[in-house]
Design a protein around this ligand. Sequence first.
Ligand code: ADP
Ligand code: MG
Length: 252
Amino acid sequence: MQREKMLLRAVNISRHYGDFRALEHVDLSLSTGEFVSVVGPNGAGKSTLVNVLTGLHQPTTGRVYFRGDDIAGVGAVELATCGLARAFQLANVFLDLTVRQTIAVSASSYLKLRRSAFVNLMGHGEVDGIVRRVAQAFELTPWLDVKARALPHGRRKLLDVASAFALHPKVILLDEPTAGVSTADKHGVMETLLSASKTLGVEAIVLVEHDMDLVSRYSTRIIAMQAGKKIADLPRDEFFQNEEVVSIVIGK
Ligand code: ADP
Ligand code: MG
């Protein structure tokens, strides 16, 4: 394995709830420069996969490696501050915090963890600096002093993603960042996300997404899930040539 290229690797992961198999024998790899979409019908196990990959849930069996290290037992918060961050299917923000406060909370937890390693590199303005950079990258600067509850839905989703980006992730996993966003606004959200990824140094993206227009436009590779199993893992063009898999994914 080329450690510097391979960012995330899952080997034979399963996740069971009692007798129910939400995830079964899934392998996955993610390298620098990739944009991998995870698609499949509702209940296919997409969110479960993201939860297991990011340490929110432990796999029932199997192993996950981040930059070559086995992450078994490492909590989601520690992983997030070490470069493996995620955003949730439902915008997971405190409604009574402002945009500035929300990003600052993330930035502070990142800096707190780093402080032990880089004591002398820290300055008081560091949180403010991260807030400014991240807000600018996500076009949230005009909303900095607005409470999350007062944001339009699309902006609130972006705020959830932006607070994940304040953790300086190398890899970001996004569970339906455009869910509930109008079709007209979805491309805007994705474009903002992509340009922010470039500006802020994200090396690879995993996106769970239902909108096949978005999937086709942005992915380098596509993974299809059905009933907990991975049924395809193909470069974008090959995926769309596979009519059987595409028809399962779009439910026709
Ligand atoms: P998707 O994101 O593809 O829609 P999920 O990963 O959320 O699917 O769920 C996959 C399956 O696992 C669903 O049938 C769901 O009901 C089940 N599941 C998810 N989380 C739990 C849980 N905590 N307990 C029991 N079943 C769960
Ligand atoms: Mg889901």
